[in-house]
Design a protein. Structure first.
Length: 734
């Protein structure tokens, strides 16, 4: 719908994003409220608003504006109101009155086209004239920008984003190269840029468009975890899903882009693979740096390492397996080492021994992991401080880069990184840049876990290359072997059915359909809540959609475990309703968020710090709708305040995806498994989900679904080249 009126009052405006709340008078003399992105609308203007009527709980009926057109004021009274509003610098009410008395309804035309005439007004000199005309032209320029962007089909919020990025020449910049928006502006993909390009007059077969489409195809592939694509797959994907053009035409453009250095290529497995230049550099340079580290090991002073291992065995009353002994010894003899193994194979024990022996040799160690929860788990199990890789490398959020690099490397003799399966190629490259030659790098992880969310297949490529020493742990220790979780995890990983019974630590409940499984999940979680043990249980799902997906399960669990109540404040942010008492998860690293932690006991002490990390889980303890802040108490007793504008950093966490559970460990895991997409219901997902549990696993679903997942090894192939680059650098390292 549309409605026209004269703006009478700008009640609120955010200059950063153009969000405006204003009042206008319609043709019947009624005062109406309009809200939306309206950066160029001012008092006195006649505006046609396009949008929808909405009902605000506090302010009543108002129009939510999607777009608008402005008609400059033409009557004397309208021009006076327009100039008196104060939006033009240097023009107050008295100056506005003098200008209108002098020039009447033509005042605005005088300001724009004959500004020197304003010098006839008492009190306006050359300096003030410059201020007035500059401010007025800026406001009128914004109207031209809005009109120009509307002609290109861009929404008002997107117009403001582009204006903030490119400045006053943004319309010209977008017309000249609409496809640069894909890289420069969040939430603009190829289809949006393509639509803008067509409005600007681009042809479907233009070389400019095809180049942008090919690069977008590779960027999309990177978002799916690939660092490159076979050329034939790239052509097919770009032709069928992006450009809608002939394969040969696209093939020819790709060849030109490779020759001109805009793209890179590499022969692997008898096929040409094509890269974005940035991805080719990250993988090739990572291979060179890792190979250099492996060769630059410093000979340590001789000591009886076998005797020291035996001494520690006696102290901890343990007997190490041969592979564990090998891993400990190689941590002293090799510059780079990978230790990989499933649950219960003794990775933590190895870390204890390595750390103890390294400290005996007076070596400086750093412990790190990709996520905050994983780093905390290392700290808990080793008794030593562990940090996220981002914090280790001193991430500078404002510059979006790491302070630690090859010019300012880490000052450490040994760096141990756990949960390496989660590390993608950009982070791995940044880590290697900060590790000086002579520093030992020990990488620990389970190569059979899900790969990183980001691009690359780092751990698997390093292991498969045969260039870096790898110790594989396969023996399950007796204390771990008594756990049905460990036993069943290894059965699943080996393609065998787990024991589906009612064992205390691995229980299976037959739920023949999604409705029964959903009710079983709700009942089980309610039982834990009744016992006051809600924080011990975590529901995991392989998928986002569906009745048993993350979104629906979070909604249902919130209704069941934390229903609305008069004493519970709540706030709707987008599609997510946050309520006091909700379980929530931080979904990105925020190094600038302040937190406090109060110790328990007789002498309470408050500790302050900064940094909340991807994967941190906590509970909403307060929502202040007046000051617009929400307080979260995390499971490690840190408390942090979030402004409402920051709530996109949080998600409900009654249920989380298996992918997001990587690097975390929970006391009890609930897995509803009835049916789902074959790409998500596979062995890799099931294995990862089971290994997230420390004490108990509950599988609520069907035996057929579990068997299907075990037999389904058809995971989406991930294309990467780190293994190939490593192999090219020489024979396997002894």
């Amino acid at each position: 719908m549309d409605i026209t009126g004269t703006v009478t009052n700008i009640r609120y405006r955010n200059d950063d994003n153009g969000w405006t709340v204003l009042s206008f008078e319609d043709g019947n003399g009624n005062s109406v409220t309009a809200v939306g992105v309206m950066p160029s609308v001012n008092v006195g203007e006649t505006v046609t608003f396009y949008g929808n009527w909405t009902e605000h709980p506090l302010y009543g009926e108002q129009i939510r504006v999607s777009t608008y057109t402005v008609k400059m004021p033409t009557s004397v009274d309208a021009v006076l109101a327009y100039l008196s509003s104060g939006f033009i610098k240097g023009v107050g009410k008295s100056t506005a009155r003098m200008m209108v008395d002098k020039f009447g309804a033509e005042t605005l035309d005088i300001i724009r086209n004959s500004p020197e005439e304003l010098l006839k007004i008492n009190g306006i000199g050359p300096k003030k004239l410059k201020t007035i005309t500059g401010s007025y032209n800026e406001k009128i320029g914004m109207q031209d920008i809005v009109i120009g962007m509307q002609q290109l089909g861009l929404s008002l919020p997107m117009t403001m984003k582009i204006y903030k990025l490119y400045g006053e020449n943004c319309v010209q910049i977008v017309r000249e190269n609409p496809y640069r928006l894909i890289d420069d502006v969040e939430n603009i993909g190829f289809k949006t840029a393509d639509k803008i390009a067509f409005e600007a007059g681009y042809e479907r077969e233009s070389t400019f468009r095809i180049r942008a489409g090919v690069k977008y195809a590779l960027s999309y592939a990177a978002s799916e975890g690939n660092t490159c694509l076979p050329k034939d797959i790239l052509i097919m994907f770009a032709a069928n899903n992006i450009l809608g053009l002939d394969h040969e035409l696209i093939d020819g453009i790709i060849e030109k882009m490779i020759i001109e250095g805009e793209l890179a290529d590499k022969e692997m497995d008898g096929k040409t693979h094509v890269f974005l230049k940035s991805m080719h550099y990250l993988e090739s340079d990572s291979a060179v740096r890792l190979h250099s580290l492996a060769k630059s090991v410093e000979i340590l002073p001789l000591f009886d390492i076998d005797g020291e291992i035996e001494h520690l065995e006696k102290r901890y009353m343990l007997h190490l397996a041969d592979a564990q002994r090998e891993a400990i010894k190689r941590s002293f003899t090799d510059g780079v080492l990978v230790v990989t193994g499933g649950p219960g194979t003794g990775k933590t024990t190895i870390l204890w021994f390595i750390i103890e022996l390294m400290e005996q040799q007076k070596l400086e160690l750093e412990l790190a992991a990709p996520t905050g929860r994983a780093a905390k788990r290392i700290s808990d199990t080793t008794g030593r401080e562990a940090r996220t890789i981002h914090r280790l490398l001193e991430y500078n959020a404002s510059a979006e880069e790491f302070n630690r690099n090859d010019e300012y490397p880490l000052e450490s003799d040994v760096i141990i990184v756990d949960e390496m399966s989660m590390v993608d190629i950009p982070l791995f490259h940044s880590l290697l840049k900060a590790v000086a030659n002579g520093t030992r790098l020990i990488m620990v992880g389970d190569v059979d876990q899900l790969p990183s969310v980001g691009p690359g297949n780092v751990l698997r490529d390093v292991v498969n290359s045969g260039i870096v020493p790898v110790v594989r742990l396969t023996e399950i220790f007796r204390q771990a072997g008594r756990s049905s979780i460990v036993t069943n995890a290894h059965l699943v990983n080996n393609g065998k059915m787990p024991v589906l019974g009612s064992d205390e630590d691995f229980a299976f409940y037959n739920c023949p359909n999604a409705d029964i499984a959903l009710n079983s999940v709700l009942n089980l979680c309610s039982d834990f809540a009744y016992l006051g043990e809600s924080e011990k249980i975590q529901v995991l799902s392989p998928m986002k959609g569906n009745a048993l997906g993350v979104l629906n399960l979070n909604t249902k669990l919130q209704q069941t475990l934390n229903p609305p109540a008069p004493e519970k404040s709540e706030y709707l942010f987008g599609d997510v309703l946050f309520r006091v008492g909700d379980r929530v998860m931080q979904i990105r690293n925020n190094y600038d968020l302040e937190w406090t932690k109060t110790s328990s006991g007789f002498r309470k002490q408050t500790v302050e710090g900064m940094g909340v990390f991807n994967g941190d889980i906590g509970t909403v303890i307060a929502i202040d709708t007046e000051s617009k802040f929400m307080t979260v108490l995390f499971d490690d007793e840190r408390s942090a305040e979030y402004s409402f504008s920051m709530l996109d950093e949080l998600e409900l966490a009654y249920c989380i995806s298996v992918h997001k559970s990587q690097g975390s460990e929970f006391s009890c895991v609930v897995l509803p498994l009835v049916s789902g997409p074959s790409m998500l219901f596979n062995r890799n997902i099931l294995y990862t989900a089971i290994t997230r549990a420390r004490d108990r696993v509950f599988v609520l679903g069907t035996e057929e679904c579990v068997r299907f997942m075990i037999n389904n090894t058809n995971v989406r192939k991930r294309y990467s080249a780190l293994e190939a680059f490593l192999r090219e650098l020489g024979s396997p390292i002894a």
